[in-house]
Design a protein around this ligand. Structure first.
Ligand code: SF4
Length: 402
């Protein structure tokens, strides 16, 4: 279990962040904010993919005006992303946004920052101090020579002081960097110094799969140490992918309940009786379409499949032209191979409707026996690659010996 660091709690609209609240997923729209309908369509798509909070750029007057129409129609809280122009932060507040993100690297005037903090404070709107390795304050860059963790954290702490000076404490902070070890070290350092909630991300991570790997490496490392209250994957991809990935990561780490499919599949090997990649791909597509929140295993052979995937809610293993459908490791039905994905979908739905006990009770009485026979046949044909039978015999001999 992850022992999460204790932080203060803030609220982004109705969503609590920090202070023991569930870790939340954020993403950012890529549309022009002035395109109200296009941006709202993307906000809805991101929400459907798992985003709890969505950030939208507020880069000009038309964008601020767009926010005034988007915010009241959004299904989730909206954060306005502000760079360079503090007046756009004031305009975004007037548009009704639920939070601001300020970049201390390019809004550097103390009086301007304090003016924004006072206006946000009057409306009960939190501010994310969004430090970014690529746009670090020029003075800090000169002082440290590069965007090292100490420089990122100093930037955040200077901005915190400005906000606290005017009695503003509704703060969350990010210290993002595109280099994973630097990002991890920066957040560790920051978490030792402040108790404000932290927004995690590897900035400019790039397109998948590299961008996903970098993001997971940085974000998961910190989450497992109990650091982090809200996350964003910054992928060069459809933002729906980053919302999905963020949500999946939290589910895989046990930080959020399963809301969608968790498909596990064996990597396949010489024993595989079907094209596991193809079957797993079809199963994933159809189970996602059906939107079933369940853990499903697709295993290439019945010799090892049901046993290796016994933790899965439900699974399918191929063998001798048949699909062996199993629930919690118990084979409940045997169907022709061509029908195995259909049967998997049918049984997954029944399992969700009726529960494990009921579906185990409804199992075909000879399914386990048919699976055992198919596994034995395969062992005869393919050989016992692991020499399991010999070993069993030797183990028994040793156990019985005087
Ligand atoms: S389940 Fe069967 S096919 Fe898949 S990796 Fe294991 S032994 Fe190979």
């Amino acid at each position: 279990m992850i022992d999460r660091r204790n932080t203060r709690q803030i609220h982004v609209g109705s969503i609590p962040v920090g202070g023991g609240a569930e870790v939340t997923v954020q993403s950012m729209t890529t549309t022009k904010t002035a395109d109200v309908d296009g941006t709202l369509a993307q906000v809805y798509a991101l929400t459907g993919a798992g985003a709890d909070i969505v950030r939208i750029t507020c880069n000009d007057v038309a964008a601020a005006q767009g926010l005034a129409e988007i915010v009241p129609r959004s299904p989730v809280p909206i954060v306005a992303d502000i760079h360079f122009q503090y007046k756009l932060a004031l305009a975004a507040l007037e548009a009704g946004v639920h939070a601001l993100r300020l970049n201390p690297g390019n809004i550097r005037n103390e009086a301007h920052i304090k003016e924004v903090a006072r206006a946000a404070g009057e409306r009960g709107v939190p501010i994310r101090i969004g430090v970014n390795g690529g746009s670090l304050d020029k003075d800090l860059l000169a002082k440290y020579g590069s965007a090292v963790p100490e420089a990122l954290v100093e930037s955040a702490q200077t901005e915190i002081r400005y906000l606290e000076d005017v009695g503003f404490h509704d703060i969350k902070i990010s210290v993002k960097h595109s280099h994973v070890p630097t990002m991890v070290e920066s957040y560790r350092l920051l978490s030792e110094r402040v108790d404000y909630p932290l927004h995690l991300g590897v900035t400019e991570a790039g397109p998948p799969p590299g961008g996903l790997i970098k993001s997971v490496a940085g974000i998961a490392t910190l989450l497992l140490e109990g650091i982090g209250d809200t996350i964003r994957f910054s992928l060069t991809a459809d933002p729906v992918e980053e919302a999905k990935a963020g949500r999946q990561l939290l589910e895989y780490l046990g930080l959020r309940d399963r809301a969608g499919l968790d498909l596990i599949a064996c990597p396949s090997c010489g024993r595989a009786e079907v094209d596991v990649i193809e079957v797993a791909g079809e199963a994933q597509r159809r189970l996602e379409e059906a939107n079933l929140p369940i853990q499903v295993a697709v295993m290439g052979c019945v010799v090892n499949g049901p046993g290796e995937a016994r933790e899965a809610d439900i699974g399918i293993a191929a063998g001798r032209g048949k699909g062996h459908l199993f629930i919690k490791g118990h084979v409940v039905r045997v169907v022709p191979e061509a029908e195995m994905v259909d049967a998997l979908l049918d049984e997954a739905q029944k399992l969700l409707d009726e529960g494990v006990e009921a579906r185990l009770a409804a199992a075909d009485g000879i399914a386990e026996q048919l699976a055992a026979e198919a596994a034995e046949e395969l062992l005869q044909i393919q050989g016992d690659a692991n020499h399991a039978q010999d070993r069993r015999a030797r183990v028994a001999e040793i156990a019985k010996s005087e």
